[in-house]
Design a protein around this ligand. Structure first.
Ligand SMILES: O=C(O)CCC(=O)C(=O)O
Ligand SMILES: [Fe+2]
Length: 370
């Protein structure tokens, strides 16, 4: 299942009008077929400057001294900085050696492991981060908060359109993702992947090593901002091959003010819709095209993982589209992690969003709640 095939062609959806049922249908179809789609940057809530500023802050952070980053090392609430070797996204394949013993690969001191450098920001309260910020970012707290707020606004458009496609009350999803109603698991994340030519990764091979192991995301939807000339994302197709996702789709790269925002469905929304919406496995590699480029670049991405308010109960979505899917697929099968919301046992209370997230984080970081 490790062949890399032709790049995948995903639809680009214009979300300027979040109340257009035809757009809602197109959004739902893409989410059900691929689990991935692009949102046209033109109809999003972001200006070119907003996105440039976000990438500028990320670069500033990753260029700052390690001792400064250490002051905000990642904690069990998933906030903070992780250098290499903290995440175990896909322990089977995330290695350079041929060893197949996961207990060896899983050791954080194993120098052959690679994982992205990341900085995670959780909810802001009244514009204030609820976590230590490093010296490089303390003067920029309000800009980081503004970026996260824009992400949440764009997610609201997308969730509104998905609700239209699902034919449920239009605010069914947005009202459950409103951070003013309480803490959420949402995370804004800066990511940095050195190019295969950088000293940190020079011994790596494009066909053996990955920059971020195969995984699915945990939340409802994820926004991914990418820069031209910094490819690497691949998604697992239903045929079991890896398909690269172009940064700018289509024949006219200049058609967009900045590269379209890549959106994908996470495990929670897949669980909530009994697998109708797909939480597609993806990974980040050192692409061959990039290695052959005369000017190979490090890859920086900005990611926003949108989660519901923690206390949201993941009751079955009251959607006839979901019900039809459930009936057609012969009941709820294995959906993400722990079955689907529709397989709730009588008399048992539904899982909350916070419980769903906790179970996924425990699997990735080995964190367990006391
Ligand atoms: O940086 C990327 O391209 C993807 C990141 C990603 O998949 C993640 O952080 O979950
Ligand atoms: Fe991901």
């Amino acid at each position: 299942m490790s062949d890399t095939t032709a790049p995948i062609e995903l639809p680009v959806i214009d979300i300027t009008d979040p109340n257009d049922p035809a757009v809602g249908k197109a959004m739902l179809d893409a989410a059900a077929k691929y689990g991935f789609l692009y949102v046209n940057s033109k109809g999003s809530d972001f200006s070119v400057e907003d996105v440039d500023r976000g990438f500028g802050l990320s670069k500033k952070f990753f260029a700052s001294p390690a001792a400064e980053k250490e002051t905000c090392r990642i904690t069990p609430n998933n906030r903070g900085w992780s250098g290499m070797h903290t995440e175990t996204l896909d322990p089977e394949h995330q290695r350079t050696s041929k060893s197949t013993n996961p207990s060896i690969i899983n050791q954080t001191q194993n120098p052959s492991l690679t994982s992205p450098r990341a900085m995670n920001f959780g909810d802001f309260v009244n514009g204030k981060a609820q976590q230590p910020l490093p010296a490089s970012l303390t003067p920029h707290e309000s800009e980081i908060h503004d970026f996260a707020t824009l992400c949440n606004k764009t997610c609201s458009r997308i969730l509104n359109l998905l609700a239209l496609g699902l034919e449920v009350p239009q605010d069914f999803l947005t009202s459950r993702h409103d951070p003013s109603k309480g803490p959420t698991g949402s995370i804004l994340r800066y990511l940095y992947y050195p190019s295969i030519f950088s000293p940190a990764t020079a011994s790596y091979k494009h066909d053996k090593d990955v920059r971020a192991g195969a995984h699915s995301d945990y939340g409802s939807i994820t926004l991914l901002f990418q820069r031209p000339g910094q490819p690497g994302l691949e998604i697992l197709t239903p045929e079991g091959t890896w398909a690269p996702v172009p940064i700018v789709p289509g024949p006219q790269p200049d058609a967009f003010p900045f590269p379209p925002i890549l959106v994908n469905i996470g495990d929670l929304l897949s669980y909530w819709t009994d697998g109708l919406l797909k939480s597609t496995v993806h990974r980040v590699v050192f692409p061959l095209t990039e290695q052959r480029s005369p000017n190979p670049q490090d890859r920086y991405t900005l990611v926003y993982f949108c989660h519901p308010v923690d206390t949201t109960e993941l009751v079955p979505v009251p959607s006839k589209v979901v019900t039809e899917h459930r009936e057609k697929s012969g009941g709820v099968g294995v959906v993400g992690f722990g079955g689907g919301a529709g397989s709730m046992e009588p008399g048992k209370r539904p899982l909350t969003a916070a419980e769903h997230l906790e179970s996924r984080l425990a699997a990735t970081y080995g964190f367990t709640k006391e």
